[in-house]
Design a protein around this ligand. Structure first.
Ligand SMILES: NC(=O)c1ccc[n+]([C@@H]2O[C@H](COP(=O)([O-])OP(=O)(O)OC[C@H]3O[C@@H](n4cnc5c(N)ncnc54)[C@H](OP(=O)(O)O)[C@@H]3O)[C@@H](O)[C@H]2O)c1
Length: 312
């Protein structure tokens, strides 16, 4: 496993993290095994959110960390808040950065996770009705109470980061965004500058260059999905070229296709952290191996092409 600082926080985090959005279906022994598997491979970073299965994913993780006898001080816990759902519903009703909602959501997560602080908290999706002064006060309260150590955002563009960062005193260290071989838009934005083709349409405002300039860690969510939860590209008949090349490179490096897909993300100099979502220990072992593979530049570009992309 390799490690690097999250943003400019100096906090030493594994380049590969475990996300637990799908952990609500695991039994306690299964969840403890998942946690034990990734920790034994060097993972020290866990990502969840209050809305994942209405808090159940966080609760299963909290119990799993206890059952696997993981020392709280040896790991980093991150959760996300700012989405309001009606009780017991899976439908987003609104994004909600009000103080009352955020404070109570964080307290719920601390109970679920069986801890008295989180290392990082992210605003999950942008609330266009945000009251910036109120948000600044909320962040101060969260920091001063000792319940939150570091802050970040998710699914926001550079101008939205500027707006939020201009209001709050705490450095925004993270932007969590969908990224992987099945979702490469952030890379297209780097290449198709000033072109007239579809890939040149600006969807993100230069997220990769902006995040690097500002010292923010991009966290890649759903690294194995294509589209918006349409499926997994590994072994999918929709991605024959990509799977062929992943298999060839897996042979060259003596590893798996899963590892090469992770290595592709980690090879980018933006220092992107991968948030794995698999709940299968054998797959997680293969995926974490990707942290120790360093692809050649042409291999990286060839995977980008095999995923269905081109260069101007
Ligand atoms: N900020 C946001 O808005 C946002 C949104 C979504 C997710 N996230 C975060 O990102 C994390 C990861 O998201 P994700 O779960 O969508 O990630 P993912 O790793 O892309 O997908 C995991 C799912 O794909 C399956 N899968 C993965 N690799 C596979 C393979 N090689 N072959 C077959 N099936 C495979 C897994 O099945 P098995 O479990 O059977 O292996 C699991 O159902 C979440 O847990 C959450 O923490 C954040």
């Amino acid at each position: 496993m390799k490690y690097s600082s999250i943003g400019s926080s100096g906090v030493r985090a594994s380049r590969v993290a475990l996300g637990v959005m799908r952990m609500d279906g695991a039994t306690a022994p299964e969840a403890a095994k998942i946690v034990d598997t990734v920790v034994s491979r060097g993972v020290n970073y866990f990502d969840t959110a209050d809305v994942y299965a209405n808090g159940k994913s966080s609760a299963v993780l909290g119990q799993a960390l206890k059952d696997a006898h993981i020392d709280r001080g040896a790991i980093l816990l991150q959760t996300k808040f700012g989405i309001y759902r009606a009780p017991h519903s899976d439908t987003n009703i609104r994004y909600d950065f009000s103080q009352a909602h955020l404070l109570s959501a964080l307290d719920g997560e601390l109970r679920n996770l069986q801890t008295d602080y989180v290392d990082f908290i992210l605003l999950h999706r942008p609330d266009t009705l945000v009251d910036l002064d109120e948000l600044a006060d909320t962040f101060n309260k969260l920091q001063n109470s000792g319940k939150v150590r570091h802050f970040g955002v998710s699914n926001v563009n550079p101008m939205q980061v500027e707006l939020l960062q201009g209001a709050v005193s705490q450095k925004l260290e993270v932007n969590q965004l969908q990224f992987g071989l099945g979702h490469t838009q952030m890379i297209e934005q780097e290449f198709h500058v000033n072109m007239g083709d579809a890939s040149s349409v600006d969807h993100d405002g230069g997220l990769i260059a902006y995040s690097r300039l500002k010292g923010m860690t991009i966290q890649a969510w759903s690294p194995f999905q294509y589209g918006f939860f349409e499926g997994v590209y590994i072994d999918s008949p929709k991605f024959p070229k990509l799977n062929d090349l992943l298999a060839t490179l897996a042979g060259k490096y003596g590893t798996s296709k899963n590892a090469i897909a992770v290595a592709w993300i980690l090879r980018h100099p933006a220092n992107i952290q991968v948030i794995l979502g698999s709940m299968t220990p054998s797959r997680l072992e293969e995926m974490t191996d990707g942290a120790d593979i360093w692809l050649e530049p042409q291999e990286w570009y060839d995977l980008y092409f095999a995923a269905g992309n081109d260069l101007p």
